[in-house]
Design a protein around this ligand. Structure first.
Ligand SMILES: [Zn+2]
Length: 190
């Protein structure tokens, strides 16, 4: 047997009868073995994620509906302050039995099963988290400053230099570059 299939994030659909109406509830708490997200907003490697999902069998495949609860780490794109928040991510995916069914509903996020038998929870978590991640996340202080001042407002630049952010400008730009690349990679995985 393929060693990869021992991956704890692969849900087996072996015992889910392939007939409409069959259903299976799964609760699972696991630490991540890789970082999920971007450099500015991510779930850390080793962070526990609680999955609560239902697999519903239909004629063409399996629906996965549920949520994942975990802790998201954010680095403010403006002042580089780090903060954590508990998040709940909705998971919705469709796993067709036959690849030919892939185009049957375009409103769904459709995934291939691994070895036609396993659902990769990390794949759907990664997608769902990337939908929630902000391109330039802000801490509550910066959010308030940005919301209360128009772009180009001298008040904004004053705060920037007061926090010494101007000195780190190049570093921040690098991060955005990497973030862009990551976003492209994530989009390419669809
Ligand atoms: Zn900030």
């Amino acid at each position: 047997m393929n060693k990869q299939l021992n991956n704890p994030f692969y849900l087996s659909t072996f015992d889910l009868p392939r007939q409409p109406g069959a259903s299976k509830d799964i609760k699972l708490e696991l630490p991540l073995d890789e970082l999920v997200g971007t450099q500015l907003q991510y779930i850390e490697k080793g962070q526990k994620v609680s999955f609560e999902v239902t697999l519903d069998s239909v004629l063409e495949g399996i629906y996965l509906i549920g949520k994942a609860e975990t802790n998201l780490k954010t680095i403010c794109s403006r002042c580089a302050k780090e903060f954590n928040e508990d998040i709940s991510v909705n998971l919705n995916g469709f796993y067709p039995y036959e690849e030919s069914a892939l185009d049957f509903d375009e409103s769904l996020d459709v995934y291939n099963m691994v070895e036609n038998q396993y659902i990769d929870l990390i794949e759907i978590l990664r997608d769902s988290v990337s939908d929630q991640i902000e391109f330039s996340p802000l801490c509550s202080d910066c959010k308030e400053i940005v919301e209360n001042h128009e772009e180009g407002d001298p008040e904004l630049s004053w705060t920037y230099s007061e926090n010494g952010i101007n000195d780190e400008k190049d570093q921040v730009d690098d991060r955005f570059f990497n973030l862009l690349k990551l976003k492209e990679q994530l989009a390419g995985n669809d």
